[in-house]
Design a protein. Sequence first.
Length: 284
Amino acid sequence: MPLQLAVITDIHHGPNTRTKCGQAALELTREFVADVNARQPDAVIELGDRISDVDPGTDRRLAREVAEVLADIRCPRFHVNGNHDLEHLSVAENAEILGQPMAHEVVSLGDWDLVLWRADPRLHPGGARRLILPDADLEWLERTLSWAKRPQLVVSHIPVSPNAPSGNYYFERAPHLSAYPEAPRVRNVLSRAAVPVVHLSGHVHWNAFTQLGGIFYLAQQSLTESFTTDGQPAGAWGRLELGDTVRWQVVGKDPLSVGFTPRAGRWMAPLQPESRPLTRQAVS
């Protein structure tokens, strides 16, 4: 039977900020939990940015309020930290609030491996803020995929896809914050796996579906984003079915539904420029 997962990301509980409808976050999260408990998927994946950061004390309260709602889920659940979760709180504090470790982890689910690649999602200071992918995070992913014998669902908060954020409210004018600058290196690591690979992320507050070299990249819409939905919170969450065919449906006010078949094989390398034009030989 295909593996059934529920996915939620970028809850952004807290004050309304710009296009994030943070004051609607807890009620929408309760609706997600009710849907999960009615459908009973095999697991829930939460991809980070549970809060919109304010200050240490407020962030701790907001994070606990989200965790209390998610604790009502009656199936295994797995969490990834986002940049807002770590603005004023540590990884250890988030782990304590959520009641589970927040280090890199591989979980066997059905015929797939869930690779919880909890790479550093923080926006680091220094002139303009920037994303920095630590070498240790990339090395862990490379080792993990080099050993893989089963299809891999790799999840992280920050995308690594080749998508340009054209038209994105937050990232069109800040593309360096939409994906790791080391994303080409990450994609190269993914491409060397000898098994089917799907990468799933949040962060960019829209639905995106891309494939490159035989790897499929998914980015899911935020629960409370409104720039694509006429000022109303998107109420977005995902239903991901993993089998020989993968089916991904995002429900809410910004819906999406796609199906695809990831393969262990990779694309041929792009054709290199020739010093002279090639001609087709006549066949007699």
